[in-house]
Every structure is written in structure tokens, then in C-alpha cells.
Design a protein around this ligand. Sequence first.
Ligand code: SF4
Ligand code: SF4
Length: 369
Amino acid sequence: MPSDVYFTDFRNELGHSMLDKMISLIKKAGIDKIDFKDKFVAVKLTFGEWGNVAFVRHQYAKVLCDYIKSRGGMPFLTDCNTLYAGYRNQALLHLDAAYMNGFSPLSTGVHTIIADGLRGTDERDIPVRNGELCKTAKIGSAIVEADIIISLTHFKGHVVTGYGGVLKNIGMGSGSKQGKMEMHSSGTPVINKDKCIGCGMCSKNCAHDGVSIIDKKAVVDVKNCVGCGHCFSFCPKGAIECSWKGASADVYRKIAEYTQAVIQDKPNFHICFVKDVSPFCDCDHGNDSPVVPDIGVFAGFDPLAIDQACVDAVNKAPIIENSFIGKHAHDEGEHDIGHLVSPDSDWEAGFAHAEKIGIGTRDYRLITL
Ligand code: SF4
Ligand code: SF4
């Protein structure tokens, strides 16, 4: 059975707002089937790294949360901390980034909760239904405790996975630091010796004797390290890094399994903006110009069907000549943006796995407003 995916473009007659149009879209897509009354509603999004301006604007989050409140729900905006040293790798900086990027309680009318807490270690170990690579997933506690999950996603390219869509937002984005390590790699950090000043903060705060200081530099002991990710947020120099060595196919398969852990037992609904389709993630400090023109907004109950519809739409669109992949603008035949921005990526493996474990279907019926 194909899943219904609802779509609208960004055209508006004079005097009509895209904000109203998004609400019309989600109503048409059936969001009212969810009973929001007195429920905690996690609106999972990314606030964007400081310096990046391609993420979904806060006005959409506001009208979405206003609508959820009008249905009796208690929405909050949420994301988990990042692994890498940036503007969102602990909760205080993360909130700063959210506010600077427009997601303050004053502008959105709701609170923001960093789901995995101050240092990215407030997690729950959730059994993954049909999980093959991850029997359990380490998910930020506030997301686990929410009654309902609504994802608000910006669809774009990604250096590891080719595309960053709904599955990536939910799966990777809901993982705690340890969860993100598990998805990205074998789960052991590496030390950037050039940045390390030998301060010892990592070893003092490791509960497993996983890292020690030798010759004034940190050294990870892979026998003891359990991959908890705790040390990342103590390093003052951003010298502790993830190895990023997971192959793209396995990274995406694990993202699918983490997505399953987040949504498997609760009502969920998904909204995805194909706009400002930058070649790389909103996690980057900046964003390159879009690789295809703005397309529209997709919504529905099946996150996999929405991701597939977004991929198909992007791949049918003309490549913008003045962009990262502009040299392919006049290539004949079909193109795959995900492979063009990241030739080693294997997003198909992730989508196939998501279908296999029961997240949804790649077969969809597109209903255009
Ligand atoms: S990841 Fe956890 S166990 Fe490994 S060195 Fe860091 S703090 Fe220690
Ligand atoms: S906390 Fe960072 S800078 Fe300090 S010893 Fe550990 S890796 Fe090096």
C-alpha cells in the first residue's frame, strides 16, 4: 500500500501567507487525527549552527506550535547536542544558537528543551523494534518522555549520507552523544593531537579509564573506552573528535534504526521543507548556495515516504549552474543529487533498511494542494 504524501509549493497569491499554507497542508494531511489533548508534543527540528542560514525559519515552528496548542497539546521545540565542537555541543551554547537563530520563547511562543541535557548524556536506552545493527538506541530523554513526535525538517544534501531529510532529522538528531557516536563510527573517540593541550579534563571526567595523558597529550585506551561521549563536552579545545569512519550505508541504516526507536510507540507526523537545498548539512557553520530551486513542503504520517518523495522531487529539478554541483547542470539523463554532492554516499541502503524494519514505505501517492 502506498503512503499518502501531501505537497504544496511556495507560490502564494498577493495577501496570502506561506505560514497559513503550511497549516492548510498539515490539516489536509490529517494531523487532526492525532489526539493532542494534554499531551507533551516534541517538535523535533534543528536550530541550525550559528553562521548557517539555510534551516527552516522559526515562524513555521511558531505557527505549528500555535496550532498544536489550539488542539490542546503542550508543544516544545527540541534537539539533541552535537558530537563535534561547535555552537551546539552542550545545552547552554545550544540554547544560545537557538535564540540567535530566532527560536526564542518570545518568537515561537514555546520553550526549547535540549533533549539530552547539559552535556549530552541525559539519554534512555530504547530497544529498537526489528533492529539489526543497534539492538538499543540511546535517545535524548525529553524526546523519549514526549507523548507525540512531530518532525519539522529541512531537506538538503549531506557529506556522509548524501541527503539529510526526515530520517536524518529524527534518527541522528534524537541520539545522545553516545548514540551519535554509535551511528557515526565504531564508537570510540579520537584525539586531535594538534589541538590537545594536555589539560587532563577528559581523563578526570572519564568514569571508565578510557583516556589518559601521556607525554602531555590525551590518549584513548580502546580497551576501556565504552564510547559514552562524556569527554567531548569537557574538552576546552575541541580536540576530541568522532572518527566518522562508519561507511555511509551503515550510518544511514543506523539512522533508520534510531528513527524507529523514536517513533515506534507513539503518534508521529512529519513536515519537510525542500527549500534552500544546500549541498551540506545545517550542522555546518555556513551554507553554500542551493543546488536546485526551491520546491515546496511535504507532509504526512510516513517519514520514509516523505523522504523518498523529496529525493524524487529534487532529482527531477534542474541543477543550478552557480552551485557546488553546477558543472553537472547540463548533463543529460537523470541525476542523483545525493551522489553528486557525496559520491561515496549510499542513501538507498538506508531507505531500503528503513522499509525492511517497518518504518514506512518508499511507495507513495503524491497529493498536491
Ligand atoms: S567516550 Fe566515554 S569512556 Fe570513552 S574516553 Fe570518552 S568519557 Fe571515557
Ligand atoms: S580535555 Fe581536550 S585538550 Fe584537555 S587533555 Fe583532553 S583532549 Fe586534550
